[in-house]
Design a protein around this ligand. Structure first.
Ligand code: ADP
Ligand code: MG
Length: 464
């Protein structure tokens, strides 16, 4: 149900419907109706994106009127539905009436199956595109906070934390996997602080060789070592009045940890080869993607320094933990890079969106950004495809019947997961959003070993 679009076939002639079914069953979830009441009840319940109306209806005036009525009622119930009306080729007046009522296309009897197939594909494609662009409009109020894009619950939490800790002057330890946006978070904190007009200085402690790190951080006096032709300020001093961001703090060698601690305690530093201390007024933010507690246990990180740095700890979620942000971020990057590349790209194909949602994102937002950047360069048409993103096209997996079940389960699981996340683990709301009953959702949760986080419905307690 989730992977294939629903297609409703309406017509009196069962033979004609059977013929269609054989050809279309692999691509669509087929629904059938032989009269108006049946047809409209399907439209109400399943909201099929595509409807083929009038297969084998006798071409008299009465059936044309009935067709038109079904068409109008279908569009009233679901204005996005693509209704393809099959008609007698002499029936120009009704064809025009159907088009005026909003039919997607008119096909002449007898229907050429290969033509129908193409028309259906295009109708489904258009339906998906329209749905996607509506989703974009709905997300127009999505948060962009100091360059941080994200609308998911976990991201709202991060933004809330930034708002609270930003204006204070305490050190913040930002924890999160590589590429989750720790530096952006640090910059956002700086921008909210009273130090915002003063410099924000970042240093990646993991990327600078140990021997250089000390002089980078603390600076040196003229003649303190061979090649020190004049005095040079370190990054700490350069951040005077502002914020110092120590990235990959877990990589800092123990010898420097002592010096850093002294600076944090006394707000002064000694340049290399310098006698007198220089006082500095700097707020320190640090980030790490390693478990500092473990580093402390194994003697690689000083506990006293750790407690100095982590007055407040802010955890940035992985991209996998905030799936609802994936498409939002992808579209943001697409717009940005398309503009930079001067390419007229309209968006992602539905297959590309699916591929984005099912990928694991070990490199988090940085990986997503890079994939979209490459895809923008590689894309030839108006839409970015899974192959442009160097991701697997799951719909091509579908056609391979041996993995059909697997692929469908995978997507079903992802969908359930992301809706649950959106509803904050509320099963009742998620069931409504997914259009399934609560018991069915519970079945899916247990099949995919997913958990509902919390429930506001007392009846649900203990069930999930
Ligand atoms: N929420 C976000 N919104 C927009 N861009 C983001 C977001 N998170 C990360 N990025 C981008 O992803 C890349 C990696 O972010 P960065 O802050 O350097 O990650 P980290 O320091 O955690 O490794 C940067 O180019 C950054 O601009
Ligand atoms: Mg970083």
């Amino acid at each position: 149900m989730i992977t294939r679009p629903a297609l409703l076939l309406v017509g009196r002639n069962a033979d004609v419907r059977d013929q269609m079914k054989r050809m279309l069953a692999s691509d669509y979830e087929l629904l059938e109706a032989s009269d108006s009441a049946d047809a409209l009840s399907h439209v109400r319940q399943a909201m099929p994106p595509v409807v083929v109306l009038g297969l084998g209806l006798p071409s008299d005036g009465a059936s044309a009127t009935e067709q038109l009525a079904i068409l109008q009622e279908t569009l009233r119930l679901n204005q996005d539905a693509k209704v393809i009306v099959v008609m007698d080729n002499r029936d120009r007046a009704n064809a025009i009436a159907a088009l005026e009522s909003g039919a997607y296309d008119i096909l002449e009897k007898p229907v050429q199956l290969d033509v129908l197939k193409v028309v259906l594909q295009r109708a489904t494609y258009l339906f998906n595109l329209e749905r996607e662009s509506r989703a974009i409009r709905e997300q127009a109020n999505a948060t962009e906070f100091a360059g941080l894009v994200g609308n998911s619950k976990p991201m709202q939490g991060v933004v809330g934390m930034i708002r609270r800790v930003g204006p204070s002057d305490v050190p913040v330890l930002i924890i999160g996997e590589s590429g989750t946006g720790k530096e952006l978070v640090a910059r956002a904190i700086h921008r909210l602080s009273a130090r915002k007009e003063a410099p924000f200085i970042a240093i990646n402690c993991g990327a600078i060789p140990e021997t250089l790190l000390e002089s980078e951080l603390f600076g040196y006096e003229k003649g303190s070592f061979t090649g020190a032709a004049q005095q040079k300020k370190g990054r700490i001093e350069s951040a005077q009045g502002g914020t110092l961001f120590l990235d990959e703090i877990g990589d800092i060698p123990l010898s420097l940890q002592v010096k850093l601690l002294r600076f944090l305690q006394h707000h002064e530093i000694h340049r290399l080869g310098g006698k007198d201390p220089a006082s500095v007024d700097v707020r320190v933010l640090a980030a790490t993607n390693v478990d500092l507690k473990e580093a402390i246990d194994s003697g690689r990180f000083r506990e006293d320094l750790f407690y100095r740095l982590c007055v407040i700890t802010l955890r940035v979620p992985t991209l996998k933990d905030r799936e609802s942000d994936i498409t939002l971020l992808a579209r943001t990057f697409l717009t940005k890079f398309a503009e930079a590349e001067k390419k007229l790209l309209k968006g992602f194909t539905p297959q590309a969106i699916e591929a984005l949602l099912t990928h694991n994102w070990p490199g988090n937002v940085r990986e997503l950004e890079n994939r979209v950047k490459r895809a923008v360069v590689m894309a030839e048409g108006q839409y970015v495809s899974p192959s442009n993103l160097e991701l697997k096209d799951l719909s091509s997996i579908d056609r391979n019947s041996t993995t059909l079940r697997v692929a469908r389960d995978l997507r079903e699981k992802e969908l359930v997961k992301s809706v649950l996340q959106k509803t904050d683990g509320n099963v009742s709301k998620a069931a409504v959003e997914l259009g399934i009953s609560r018991p069915t959702l519970y079945q899916l949760l247990s099949r995919y070993r997913l958990k509902s986080q919390k429930s506001t419905d007392p009846l649900e307690k203990g069930r999930a």
